[in-house]
Design a protein around this ligand. Structure first.
Ligand SMILES: C[S@@+](CC[C@H](N)C(=O)[O-])C[C@H]1O[C@@H](n2cnc3c(N)ncnc32)[C@H](O)[C@@H]1O
Length: 206
């Protein structure tokens, strides 16, 4: 099944099912970004707005891009603010956002579905102001090596989504090639497992 269709199916239960990755990402997002100031935010793969509401406390304008109608519908049900635009977009194409718009770009749990990281960093550079920051939070590649991948369950069974493994060196290389430098790297663990990190997060600066 295509990734957008899978998320259309997952959308109804995305916010409510047991999902340690989703919950840890929210913690990682808040703990990382609370110390930064930002006004214009571009959220890649905004989903059901899990992080948008918190970002809105600090931002004056947010554009959330996602290609799943049903994930976007959930987001729109929950946030109606003139400061937030939820826009249907495929991140593997060119992003229909004004160049130099963002001083913060965020991407949570989305890049594992995208094969070509170079395209993402190239577009991010175009859409970002100088000195802007790019926050990425993803399932840790070590966790992927151990077999973890995005999945949801229905009465028909467990549905695993199509994913790509991006090694840490690949994030670094593609970021550097597109004008970004690393300013933070963190690993995030479950409370009951301090041996295998669930998430990795990066903050890059343009
Ligand atoms: C695991 S969800 C994460 C949603 C949200 N960022 C969060 O942390 O809860 C991944 C999201 O990425 C979106 N996505 C995946 N590939 C995409 C693509 N090529 N273009 C746009 N959105 C994409 C999916 O539709 C989904 O909403």
């Amino acid at each position: 099944m295509s990734i957008d269709k899978a998320y259309n199916n997952w959308a109804e239960q995305y916010d409510s099912n047991l999902n340690k990755t989703r919950d840890l990402d929210q913690k990682a997002t808040i703990e990382t970004l609370e110390k930064y100031n930002f006004e214009n935010v571009l959220e890649l793969g905004c989903g059901t707005e899990k992080n948008t509401q918190w970002l809105l406390n600090k931002a004056s304008k947010i554009i959330g891009l996602d290609f799943s109608d049903e994930m976007l519908n959930k987001a729109k049900e929950k946030i109606s603010s003139e400061n937030v635009i939820f826009q249907k977009a495929d991140l593997t194409k060119n992003w229909d956002v004004e160049n130099g718009f963002a001083d913060l770009i965020t991407s949570s749990l989305t890049l594992e579905h995208i094969e070509d990281l170079n395209h993402i960093f190239r577009q991010a550079n175009l859409k970002m102001k100088n000195e802007g920051i790019f926050f990425i939070s993803e399932l840790h590649p070590f966790k992927q090596y151990s077999g973890s991948k995005a999945k949801y369950e229905t009465e028909d069974g467990i549905h695993e989504l199509e994913v790509y493994t991006h090694h840490i060196s690949e994030y670094m290389e593609k970021a550097n090639q597109n004008g970004f430098s690393l300013i933070e790297l963190n690993e995030w663990f479950d409370e009951d497992n301090k041996e295998l990190s669930r998430l990795i997060s990066f903050v890059f600066k343009k």
